[in-house]
Write a protein that binds this ligand. Structure first.
Ligand code: ATP
Ligand code: MG
Length: 395
């Protein structure tokens, strides 16, 4: 296998951001740099003429590098790159023959040469390069055939200050570089849905902060550790997550004592969302994110969602709202949160759940029940004051 010294990074959507394009490119360069810091090796990430390159300055592991780059939002494709000086056309052809020979064991393939001449003083134009290189390849590897429509090997040649040769494009995650779209507060539970929701919103460039509500001793240390572990997994993509761990026990017991059982979950959620907004505003987040999906449980019927949403003054982003469970599970598997999510530890919302919760709550009735919660403001204030904050980083 070729020992590549560089990678060309392809990005799709951020290419169309007009005047702000450089901001997106700079954010992408910065995010790639951070992702590569987590692996062994020395790398230089740089931007040149609308292209982003990763140069290896030391030995590295190929799979580790591509693995890290596959977790950087904004990366559409990763192209292992052979970069050579311009030492004349014959030298270029020699490198190309060597490249094809090393990368493609089986020469019984179709190909197309796709040359781009960014430097206009090169003696051959793009068409000329395509033609000449094509015939050199056909002479050398007689099994290879040209297919200009659906080639198995698309040989890209870019004539710049240096010359780039590449043909492989390893898919990246797509999306936008984190940090280009503001910040939002993820309500992160130990379940399957909320880590996926956080991943999805982060993929659009949004920085994440998170809030987890626990109820010790009704919920265990292990349940809390599970949420931290999930945040670690999401942080591989989103970058470090400031996690607000809220002790919700007294608030919950108060609600449990004063309100009808069948309304418990709805009222708890309303308080939880209100508190999450408090942390969101404090940290400059623009909205909250949840893993709610219509009809999944009684507190996620349209009526329940509406009654819970009634306390919110910020936008609530619910990226999996119309997803089937299996679709959410598929993403959880892809981002490796699933195995952690299904560990059987208790959640504060299930500990205090009624046997037959309301599925069509009435907002006025809920508000009337909440009037019985005298003194809850102090309990909420104390929970906010005693919040435990941990910055969770990818491992
Ligand atoms: P998940 O799989 O994300 O736990 P769920 O299907 O179990 O979701 P619920 O328990 O009804 O659904 O929660 C709906 C959403 O409310 C969650 O996706 C999450 O965003 C938020 N949430 C629930 N419990 C908590 C908690 N203890 N701390 C923080 N957020 C929570
Ligand atoms: Mg849950």
């Amino acid at each position: 296998m070729i020992h590549y010294k560089s990678f060309l990074i392809k990005y799709a959507e951020i290419g169309v951001k007009g005047k702000n394009r450089f901001l997106f490119e700079d954010a992408l360069v910065s995010q790639i740099g951070k992702a590569l810091k987590r692996i062994d090796g020395d790398f230089k990430v740089h931007k040149e003429q609308g292209r982003i390159y990763v140069d290896a300055l030391s030995e590295y592991d190929f799979d580790e590098v591509t693995g890290a780059l596959k977790c950087v939002f904004g990366v559409a494709g990763i192209c292992p790159l052979v970069q050579i000086e311009d030492n004349g056309f014959e030298d270029l052809c020699n490198h190309i023959i060597e490249y094809i020979d090393e990368v493609y064991d089986d020469k019984n393939i179709t190909f197309k040469v796709n040359a781009r001449r960014a430097r206009k003083n090169y003696p051959l134009d793009s068409m000329g390069i395509n033609r000449e290189v094509g015939s050199v390849i056909l002479d050398k590897f007689t099994e290879m055939k040209v297919d200009v429509h659906k080639p198995e090997l698309m040989l890209n040649i870019e004539i710049r200050k240096q010359i780039n040769i590449y043909s492989e494009v390893i898919p990246g995650p797509g999306g936008m570089p984190v940090g280009t779209a503001g910040k939002a507060m993820l309500l992160l539970s130990g379940g399957i849905d909320s880590p996926v929701a956080g991943y999805m919103v982060s993929k659009r460039g949004v920085e994440l902060e998170a809030a987890y509500f626990h109820a010790p001793p009704y919920t265990s240390e292990r349940a809390k550790q599970k949420v931290i572990d999930l945040a670690k997994k999401v942080a591989i993509y989103s970058g470090p997550i400031k996690l607000n761990i809220v002790n919700f026990t007294d608030v919950q017991l108060h609600i449990y004592e004063k309100c009808p059982y069948d309304e418990l979950t709805i009222i708890m959620k309303r308080v939880m969302f209100k508190m999450a907004e408090h942390f969101a505003k404090e940290s400059g987040a623009i909205g909250t994110i949840t893993g709610e999906s219509i009809g999944q449980v009684s507190s996620q019927t349209l009526q329940s969602l509406a009654v819970i949403n009634d306390v919110c003054t910020m936008p609530v982003f619910r990226p999996v709202i119309a997803f089937d469970k299996q679709d959410i599970v598929d993403i959880a598997l892809k981002i490796d949160t699933y195995e952690t999510s299904i560990l059987p530890y208790e959640d504060c919302c299930t500990t205090f759940v009624a046997k037959h919760p309301v599925t069509k709550p009435n907002l006025n009735m809920i508000k009337r029940s909440e009037e019985k919660l005298t003194g809850i403001e102090e309990l909420i204030a104390r929970a906010i004051e005693t919040v435990e904050v941990v910055t969770v980083e990818a491992e």
